[in-house]
Write a protein that binds this ligand. Structure first.
Ligand code: 5GP
Length: 222
């Protein structure tokens, strides 16, 4: 039962040119977003992290160019003025922004980009790049768990933790601006949910820009 002219359908989908998407994960501190992001990057070879610039100081263990590009306020202002940032915002008294060129190159090459940015940045992206954007808000499973996670995170001072706790309520009020909302009761399950969203969003017709050509090929028997 071998037919030399038959081609396995699985050979086709990867050939269809697709525009990359921007996958935004936002949450209040302590909801588990960082763990979910890391796992997504390990599991998905077509996904890369957008590395932001920030004026905040480096925490122990953080690496310039991997976690953030740590820059001073003058440099940050220059980037804003030169329109080198896709979005930028002040969060907890420090400035953060997404460098434009790395993201644009990835999207054009059909690569997806993961963003760990706050609601202000997400709002800006939804104004400037709605078609490329898929936004997910991660909620903690409960108030006690949120408090526990914030206080067991040793890297920040007590004052910083108190400030973040006060901010969490404010941040959570933006959940309804997101395309998807995940309650992070179990990290494995949340990661599976993010992967399911990514799979479905990748298959959106408008992202598969090579589909028309593919179908023409099918029709002409190629
Ligand atoms: P952290 O200082 O703990 O790394 O991040 C603090 C907050 O800033 C987090 O909510 C994170 O999502 C947000 N953030 C990090 N990078 C950016 C960015 O480039 N733009 C915006 N708008 N927010 C960011």
């Amino acid at each position: 039962m071998t037919d030399a002219t038959a081609t396995a359908p699985e050979q086709f989908p990867d050939d269809i040119h697709r525009r990359g998407l921007m996958l935004v994960l936002s949450s209040p501190s302590g909801a588990g977003k960082t763990t979910i992001s890391r796992r997504m990057l390990e599991l998905d070879g077509n996904l890369s992290m957008s590395v932001s610039v920030t004026t905040r100081s480096k925490r122990p263990g953080e690496v310039h160019g991997r976690d953030y590009f740590f820059i001073d306020p003058t440099e940050f202002n220059l980037m804003v003025n030169r329109r080198e940032l896709l979005e930028h915002a002040k969060v907890f008294g420090n400035y953060y922004g997404t460098p434009k060129s790395a993201v644009e190159n990835a999207l054009k090459a059909g690569k997806d980009v993961l963003f760990d940015i706050d609601w202000q940045g997400t709002q800006q992206l939804s104004e400037s790049a709605r078609d490329d954007l898929v936004s997910i808000f991660i909620l903690p499973p409960g108030a006690r768990e949120l408090e526990r996670r914030l206080t067991t995170r040793a890297q920040d001072s007590a004052e910083e933790i108190a400030r973040r706790m006060a901010k969490a309520n404010d941040e959570m009020s933006h959940w309804f601006e997101y395309d998807y909302v995940i309650v992070n009761r179990d990290v494995d399950r949340s990661v599976e949910q993010v992967r399911a969203i990514l799979t479905a969003e990748r298959l959106k017709r408008r992202r598969q820009v090579g589909l028309a050509e593919f179908v023409r090929g099918l029709q002409s028997g190629l």
